[in-house]
Design a protein around this ligand. Structure first.
Ligand code: SF4
Ligand code: SF4
Ligand code: SF4
Length: 329
């Protein structure tokens, strides 16, 4: 048992993560060809606009389900909303935000763009961390809107008229997952502005603009879109109940900053916070690069139901360093 744990702790988590990302991408985007159907409540962007997908994103169903009169929440349809939420939470509780680091196709595309940038030697632009700190709140606003707008289609609040049905799935209309993921099946049909109504023109026009920002943002920051992702906001609400955790023993931390330097989403607390034991912050994607980069024995630790899965060790750190030198990285 000790040997297995030692081998896991010495392993290259980045390589493992890349392999899982490729497998998940294949399963979620092309699983339909093999009759795979993982359901429609996945806590990740398995986009329903991809024809032969193997699953669907929970946000798509949630927006449809919220198009319901408030008084009917206690009826059968309300029960459907609850069942969907419970399924989503159960899946999230299993893997926590590792859905983002290991399984999300939109996250994978952003990581691949980072690789392309590195290969062609393009450096990231300088940006103010403070500025981004404020922008991070956008994901909570988007989450509230994607629930409230569909509710406003079936309900009239404060005497205001109900919203048009053209507002159904408002987040999907601006989500880069809808425009980018079908491209991997050769489908360009989502890369258009829908002029059939004013609302659709505005929403799909906005969607095209967001797609442009999605690509341009990748030249500014790694995982740029993830900063604004309402799925990430929804994850964080239930993250504390998850079985998979990232823990820190502040007493072993020397604040060397290695973990912060490798963190693609720039979570400063991973190095600076010596008090919290559960160290998953709202932008964390649980990629565990920080654990691999930490040279202190047992300082950062991944656990599942409290049992250690992967932890920082001095030996593992130096093994990975040697491998990187060998690879010429
Ligand atoms: S935060 Fe990023 S990785 Fe996570 S669901 Fe959103 S797009 Fe995917
Ligand atoms: S790499 Fe480890 S020791 Fe260094 S700051 Fe991060 S948690 Fe602390
Ligand atoms: S804090 Fe660690 S696990 Fe979270 S995103 Fe940063 S490197 Fe990945």
């Amino acid at each position: 048992m000790g040997r297995i744990r030692q081998a896991v702790n010495n392993s290259d988590i980045n390589r493992f993560r890349s392999c899982v990302q490729i497998a998940a991408f294949g399963l979620l985007l092309y699983g339909g060809y093999l009759a795979v159907d993982l359901g429609s409540h996945l806590p990740t962007f398995a986009c329903p606009f991809v024809e032969n997908r193997g699953a669907s994103c929970y946000l798509f169903g949630l927006q449809h389900q919220m198009n319901i009169p408030v008084e009917r929440f206690l009826s059968g349809r309300g029960l459907g909303v609850l069942t969907g939420l419970v399924t989503f939470i159960a899946l999230l509780v299993l893997f926590n935000k590792a859905w983002c680091g290991f399984l999300c196709p939109v996250g994978a595309v952003q990581d691949w763009m980072t690789r392309v940038r590195r290969r062609i030697g393009l450096r990231y632009s300088a940006y103010s961390e403070e500025g981004f700190r404020g922008l991070k709140k956008v994901k909570y606003v988007l989450l509230a809107l994607l629930i409230l707008i569909p509710l406003g289609m079936s309900n009239s609040f404060a005497g205001l008229p109900r919203l048009s049905h053209d507002f159904s799935t408002p987040f999907c209309m601006i989500c880069p997952g809808r425009t980018v993921l079908p491209l991997f099946s050769g489908d360009v049909s989502q890369l258009v502005v829908d002029f059939s109504s004013k609302t659709k023109t505005v929403l799909t026009g906005l969607g095209m603009a967001v797609t442009g920002v999605f690509f341009a943002g990748s030249f500014v920051k790694k995982r740029f879109f993830c900063l604004f992702c309402p799925m990430s906001a929804l994850h964080y609400i239930f993250s504390k109940a998850a079985l998979l955790r990232l823990r820190k023993d502040g007493g072993r931390c020397t604040r060397c900053g290695n973990c912060y330097r490798v963190c693609d989403v720039g979570i400063r607390e991973i190095a600076d916070d010596l008090v919290s034991t559960d160290i998953v912050k709202d932008d964390c994607m649980m990629c565990f690069k920080c654990v691999a980069a930490c040279p202190e024995e047992g300082c950062l630790r991944v656990t599942f139901i409290g049992l250690p899965v992967y932890e920082s060790t001095e030996e593992g750190f130096f093994r990975r360093m040697e491998r990187r030198v060998g690879d010429g990285a």
